[in-house]
Write a new protein. Structure first.
Length: 617
């Protein structure tokens, strides 16, 4: 597979530069009956836009017949737009009107133009060859967005301009191009110098119709063409991969071989250019007298608008190298003279036609203005008539309204009299009701005063209650402060070491208090002896359960032998053990024999009192 198999190949040119011949040469290139390429003839044509919904229109432009002969096009075996018709479904929804002329200078709808051409390229069954006469100023942008190889086909400007005069279509198209948005300052200068009339219509058909009746003069026509010609050559010098001059291609076999060798670099093979022949007319100094001043004006504008002088000089050298020679192409001097006279006549006729069309357009505009003025006056008369009719109708209505107003005034007077009488009766009723309302008001005022006094008393009581409440709040705060302080003191006491050390004594005291509560009534009525006996029983019971208590009691009573014996005797007497009975008897006898001195009895009593006091605490 060749690396160029799907690489698009673009042939850019201006109209009437031999592009149809080059398209035909590529289209007929084939191997064993199979074409090398899929060739598209001017896909960016207004006909393509018109045919987006009716593709049959594309086949009406046949490739053979008298029209082709008069246009000096080669006879084609298929219609011009056959390949575009074959892939209609691929591009019909992508094409848009602005890509045809509005984007001629690029930057207006470049992405839309690229999308349309990309759809064509991708749908082509063979390597796509796109020949187009409306993309000469968009080569750089299209090369950046679509890639491919780009060739620019050009021709000497004098022959090309005369070829454009074959039909009025090309002058009309040039005016559509000038009407397109452009960032080139030279276009603005050109439009100012030829007094170009802008068209505000948006559709291509309306613009074509507008400029068909506004033919430029011969000088304006060549200035327009040559400005576009030079801008295209400048663009081609920057973006084109190859420049092909159709004049040299027709005259020189060496040049044809050179071009074919260059085309092979882009993968182009099988193309035959041996039958290339483009019309070349003879020129003399009279023709140069027409063209040279106009070309100098355009070159001056290019310099004034900042175009590269070296590039302009290079283009001029190319033109000189390929320019038609003065007197060189004429077969006889008489033929050259007659040709120049014919050209002079054509130029004069074109100028007269352009002037006549300008006059006709001016007269048409004046007539249109008069018609508009007449229409305005007619409308003003109609408005005045309508105002008069309305005024008469208003007056008639006013008269009718006056009579109706008189009748209405009489009716209203009678009604006013009736209303006056009714109003007098209402006033009497109102006076009576007013007096009743005044009495009720005085009564209500008295009740309100009583209520206000009660309300004042209640407010006073409420103030007193609020003061009392504030006092109680203060007292509550004081009580809470005391309770909080007491609670902290209790916590401190409970956390103290002395509280922990006296825990056993508190438990013992609690036990004593509980036992005393059981015998409270008995303790109140009994004698001191009975009370001591009860306490001794409690102490004895506690000592039997706690060994440390027994030891403490022995330590307390050991200094007093008599008391020690009595405690022992008391303990044995209340012991549940049977062996203690005999011991109780012995100990009791000992006690009876021992007579404690008076002084000893007093000591015993004081010791018992001390024990009871400690137990109580």
């Amino acid at each position: 597979m060749s690396k160029f198999e799907y690489n698009p190949f673009f042939i850019h040119s201006l109209h009437r530069s031999g592009s149809t011949y080059l398209f035909h040469a590529f289209r007929r290139a084939a191997h064993d009956g199979s074409p090398y390429y899929t060739c598209f003839q001017e896909p960016i044509h207004e006909i393509s836009f018109y045919a987006r919904n009716s593709p049959g229109i594309l086949l009406t432009f046949e490739g053979s017949g008298s029209a082709q002969r008069s246009a000096r096009h080669p006879q084609l075996e298929k219609p011009y737009f056959q390949e575009l018709y074959d892939i209609h479904s691929a591009w019909k929804d992508v094409i848009s009107p602005e890509i045809i002329y509005a984007d001629y200078f690029g930057g207006t709808a470049t992405s839309a133009t690229s999308a349309y051409l990309k759809a064509i390229i991708e749908a082509a069954p063979k390597r796509p060859i796109i020949q187009e006469c409306r993309t000469a100023m968009r080569m750089t942008l299209l090369k950046e967005q679509l890639g491919g190889s780009h060739v620019f086909l050009w021709r000497n400007s004098w022959d090309q301009w005369w070829s454009l005069k074959a039909t009025d279509y090309f002058d009309t198209v040039h005016q559509l191009i000038l009407n397109a948005p452009s960032h080139h300052r030279i276009i603005s200068i050109l439009k100012e110098n030829i007094r170009f009339e802008n068209c505000s219509k948006s559709s291509i058909y309306e613009q074509l119709s507008f400029y068909k009746t506004r033919r430029p003069s011969a000088e304006a026509s060549y200035l327009t063409y040559f400005t576009i010609y030079m801008l295209s050559m400048i663009e081609a010098g920057q973006a084109a991969d190859l420049l092909i001059n159709i004049d040299q291609l027709s005259e020189s076999s060496d040049y044809r071989s050179e071009i074919l060798d260059n085309l092979k670099r882009f993968g182009i093979e099988g193309v035959d250019l041996s039958d290339c022949s483009v019309a070349q007319a003879p020129y003399d100094s009279g023709d140069a007298a027409f063209f040279d001043p106009l070309e100098r004006r355009v070159l001056k504008w290019l310099e004034e608008t900042g175009h590269d002088a070296d590039r302009i000089a290079y283009i001029q050298r190319l033109r000189e190298e390929n320019a038609p020679s003065l007197e060189g192409r004429s077969r006889t001097k008489r033929f050259s003279v007659e040709t120049r006279r014919l050209r002079d006549v054509l130029i004069r006729m074109e100028n007269r036609e352009a002037a006549a069309l300008r006059d006709l357009n001016a007269k048409g505009a004046a007539q249109q203005s008069e018609l508009v003025s007449l229409g305005q006056r007619t409308m003003e008369a109609e408005r005045a008539k309508a105002e008069l009719v309305n005024r008469l109708a208003a007056e008639r209505k006013a008269n009718e309204a006056t009579s109706m107003a008189a009748r209405e005034a009489e009716r209203m007077h009678a009604q006013a009299e009736r209303d006056r009488n009714a109003l007098a009766k209402l006033i009497d009723i109102f006076d009576a009701e007013r007096k009743s309302w005044q009495a009720e008001l005085r009564s209500a005022i008295g009740r309100a005063e009583v209520i206000e006094a009660g309300d004042k008393a209640l407010r006073d009581r409420l103030a007193i209650s609020e003061r009392n409440q504030q006092i109680w709040k203060q007292k509550c705060h004081e009580w809470w402060t005391i309770a909080d302080r007491t609670s902290r003191e209790l916590r401190d006491i409970h956390a103290s070491r002395s509280w922990r050390m006296t825990r056993s004594y508190r438990q013992f005291g609690g036990l004593i208090r509980r036992r005393l509560d059981l015998h409270q009534s008995l303790a109140i009525q009994a004698s001191p002896r009975a009370t001591v006996r009860a306490l001794a029983l409690v102490l004895l019971s506690f000592a039997r359960r706690h060994h440390w208590a027994k030891v403490s009691i022995r330590v307390l009573v050991s200094p007093f032998p008599a008391l020690e014996r009595r405690v022992l005797l008391f303990s044995l007497g209340h012991s549940p053990s049977p062996q203690a009975a005999s011991r109780v008897i012995d100990e009791q006898a000992k006690v009876e024999r021992v007579q404690a001195p008076r002084r000893g009895k007093k000591a015993f009593d004081s010791r018992v009192a001390e024990i009871i006091s400690k137990i109580g605490k």
